[in-house]
Design a protein around this ligand. Structure first.
Ligand SMILES: [Zn+2]
Length: 508
């Protein structure tokens, strides 16, 4: 009897789970909140070699043990190269190291992965749970053509609609998720999309990819120091020692910079990097990265032609067609988003600024969230150099100051969506911040489309406080003194102290 009852119970549960989504489709859902589809960032799906076998190896994100294992075997040669300033030896060793770690990721001339290199963690939607705190996570293999992801996303959205009984969804995109969304809009249009929210998405590319794909490398002391310093507040949190440790690191970096040590190392390193870099590019980076349509989608328009030449991309064949197809999505993104907005789709772009970008490229002065340039993520903001105001001439001639940031670093009036673009100062690329999460929720949760005027606590320009895990309206004061007064901490005191110290002794 007990056994019979348990069978009955199991069958009932199976029937219930099978029937629920169907009934949702039939009756529709009247909760008033269409489900969120979260299009993840680069690296949202693990890429694995020989999945499910004894030789299984995670290739992306690169497994640190695998990295160290490969590095260990190259260390003696690398050490010898550095000690003897032998850039050829350094170059060949690094190229071998990059190839050991990454060459299996290379796609073929049709832009397809090797058969034994797969993404076993690719998601499909399941369950009917939806609401402001839930989302259906869409992940993908970052190397591939964004239009392939768009095709999968199309099916994914259909499935979400079926499961939830809604006839529309909201798209929340993080970083590269905006690239997939751009391809989706271009191919499938905006029907059934209630909202598009992008967080630090390279909608018009990023200079790191543009310059990297053109081989423009520069090691700049100031950029290296600032890059490290801007990352300090984002170090792993240890509530007890964090503040003091961060302050000491800051002091050390600034002292090394002010006394010329970092510039000296960079000058020494730059010669080596240029020569060794040439070898690494030719023997490893170009053969691998040339084949990734996904990364090509980060190359801004102004770099594209030169990048095709530098990377030696053959201008015919399937791979080239895939790379070229995304140029249309990128070129059309403003028009496509505007068409969607006219049709009632809510648009919100949330971008970071004032973080020192990756110091290896010549365009190190471009203000960014550390990875994506503010001008590209915001679809056209006019920006001062990182940590600097817009030029005096620009400010003098600017008639409409409504969209000018209080610190005079950003003019949002030139954006494609000046009323729907938020700027977060000092926000490191895609870093978790509950204040930003809350802003995102507001942009998706309300009946009426939210813009920069809707909430007093979410104006167009805000500042991120990583330590307090929040954002607050920008005040315009931009000095280390202002930072110390508004957020007293040992780190901020050190920043203030060094700003005075440098001004007095080094006239910086
Ligand atoms: Zn519902």
């Amino acid at each position: 009897m007990k056994k019979y009852l348990s069978y009955l119970f199991t069958i009932s549960i199976l029937l219930l789970t099978a029937v629920t989504p169907v009934s949702a489709v039939d009756g529709g859902c009247d909760c008033g909140f269409s489900p969120i589809v979260y299009v993840g960032p680069l690296g949202c799906a693990r890429i694995v070699r020989d999945a499910g076998t004894d030789n299984e190896q995670q290739l992306w994100p690169i497994d640190s043990d695998f990295l160290m294992e490969n590095l260990k075997s190259e260390l003696p040669a690398l050490k010898k190269g550095i000690l003897t300033f032998n850039s050829d030896l350094i170059g060949h060793t690094l190229a071998r190291f990059v190839n050991d770690c990454m060459s299996d990721l290379t796609l073929d001339e049709d832009g397809r992965s090797k058969a034994n290199v797969t993404t076993p963690s690719i998601n499909s939607p399941h369950g009917a749970k939806h609401g402001p705190d839930d989302n259906y996570y869409f992940n993908y293999d970052f190397r591939l053509d964004p239009y392939e992801h768009a095709e999968r996303l199309h099916g994914f959205i259909d499935k979400v609609k079926q499961l939830t009984g809604h006839d529309s969804v909201k798209l929340m995109c993080s970083s590269m998720g905006g690239v997939v969304m751009s391809a989706y809009l271009d191919e499938y249009g905006y029907e059934g999309i209630d909202a598009i929210v992008c967080r630090c998405s390279p909608l018009k590319g990023t200079a790191v990819a543009g310059e990297g794909y053109c081989g423009k490398v520069e090691l700049n002391g100031k950029a290296v120091t600032r890059y490290a310093e801007d990352g300090i507040p984002y170090l792993e949190k240890d509530p007890k020692n964090d503040d003091i440790r961060e302050a000491l690191l800051y002091a050390l970096l600034d002292t090394l910079k002010a006394t010329g040590v970092i510039d000296g190392i960079c000058a020494l390193g730059e010669g080596l990097i240029k020569r060794a870099g040439h070898i690494v590019f030719n023997e490893a980076l170009i053969p691998i990265f040339r084949t990734f349509p996904g990364i090509w989608s980060f190359v801004p328009e102004e770099y594209f032609e030169e990048a095709v030449e530098f990377m030696g991309l053959k201008e015919s064949g399937t791979l080239y067609d895939k790379v070229m197809k995304y140029r249309t999505a990128m070129a059309n993104i403003e028009t496509n988003l505007k068409a969607a907005q006219s049709n009632g789709t809510r648009i919100a772009l949330i971008v970071g600024y004032n973080v020192q970008r990756t110091p290896l490229v010549t365009l190190w002065k471009s203000t960014s969230d550390g990875t994506v340039d503010t001008k590209y993520a915001s679809l056209g903001a006019t920006c001062g150099d990182v940590k600097k105001k817009l030029s005096r001439d620009y400010l003098k001639n600017l008639e409409n100051k409504e969209y000018l940031s209080p610190d005079k670093m950003i003019d949002a009036s030139t954006c494609a969506f000046p009323d729907y673009t938020w700027f977060i100062k000092d926000w490191l690329h895609c870093n978790g911040n509950s204040g930003i999460d809350s802003l995102v929720k507001h942009t998706m949760a309300d009946e009426e489309p939210v813009n920069i005027h809707t909430y007093k606590e979410y104006p167009q320009f805000m500042e991120a406080d990583e330590n307090a895990d929040t954002i607050y309206p920008a005040t315009g004061g931009y000095s280390e003194f202002h930072r110390l007064i508004s957020h007293p901490s040992f780190l901020n005191f050190t920043r203030f102290f060094y700003s005075i110290f440098k001004r007095i002794f080094f006239f910086i």
